[in-house]
Design a protein around this ligand. Structure first.
Ligand SMILES: [Zn+2]
Length: 273
């Protein structure tokens, strides 16, 4: 593909140019996608390990047969309060139930403010915890508080991470968005209209990734999703035949290393809301 840059485009006929553009588009599509994405594809992600993810979220997801990713951390200062947060025995139970356990740093650290050494320490804590408890090794990451900077991307790659989820409130297009800058919508108690609009953007080629916190979230009420609202979302997804999966299940559709090779990470797009 690099060879094409050497061709003198200005001497080309427009129809030939169009052919080359189509060829490049087709070629990167066929390289990045292992198989066509289904319509109505939704990825559910849950952050911060609040207690209700074990007691409310997991049983409901099982009832509906939906997959999900849980980005866990030990949120200071009250992580040890089991009325607020899941303990590691409960996190392990989610892993055994088939859900994905992924890395949200040890202390919910803003990665934009960490040195590479501190970042490694934050990631390694969750990796070691999973290893010592016999959980699957985390391969996906979510930026705490959506803080990110360009230096973090090679560090995630060096530790073998596949996807990293950010915010941004827009669809995830695997042909345009770098796997370390996956956009998502965050739910709260008052943005049902926005989330319903988002779900309807899950057309062929566009994946909707949702970020949820506690259901309910006692410790962080600004990211609370009331259980009744959560049930409504699940019923809507089931009734309308959405495919609802975890982030790691996207690897069935996306050639992640090829996507990283072909897509330039766009930090400005990822940071804009
Ligand atoms: Zn978080």
């Amino acid at each position: 593909m690099l060879q094409l840059k050497k061709i003198k485009y200005k001497h080309m006929k427009p129809s030939y140019m169009l052919f080359i553009v189509l060829l490049i588009t087709f070629s990167s599509t066929s390289q990045i996608l292992k198989k066509p994405l289904p319509e109505k594809l939704v990825v559910l992600t849950f952050d911060d390990a609040p207690a209700s993810q074990y007691s409310v979220v997991a049983p409901l997801l099982k009832e509906f047969g939906f997959g999900a990713t849980f980005f866990v951390c030990e949120f200071p200062p009250n992580y040890k309060d089991s009325t607020l947060y899941m303990n590691w025995r409960q996190i392990k139970a989610l892993d055994h139930m088939g859900f994905e356990i992924a890395n949200h740093t040890q202390t919910h650290a803003n990665v934009a403010k960490l040195s590479p050494k501190e970042f490694h320490k934050e990631l390694a804590y969750i990796e070691n915890k999973c290893d010592s408890l016999g959980l699957s090794q985390p391969t996906n990451f979510a930026y705490p508080g959506y803080g990110l900077n360009a230096e973090v991307l090679p560090l995630l790659q060096a530790r073998g991470y596949q996807f990293a989820r950010a915010g941004g409130s827009r669809i995830y297009n695997p042909l345009e968005d770098h796997p370390f800058l996956i956009p998502s919508w965050a739910t709260n108690a008052t943005n049902k209209a926005e989330i319903m609009l988002a779900l309807n953007k899950a057309k062929a080629g566009s994946i909707v990734v949702l970020t949820l916190h506690g259901v309910p979230d006692i410790e962080h009420p600004w990211v609370d999703t009331p259980p009744e609202l959560f049930k409504e979302y699940l019923q809507y997804l089931a009734r309308n035949n959405f495919t609802v999966i975890s982030l790691r299940e996207l690897s069935a559709y996306i050639n992640i290393e090829k996507a990283k090779e072909l897509i330039q990470p766009d930090l400005n797009k990822a940071l804009s809301n």
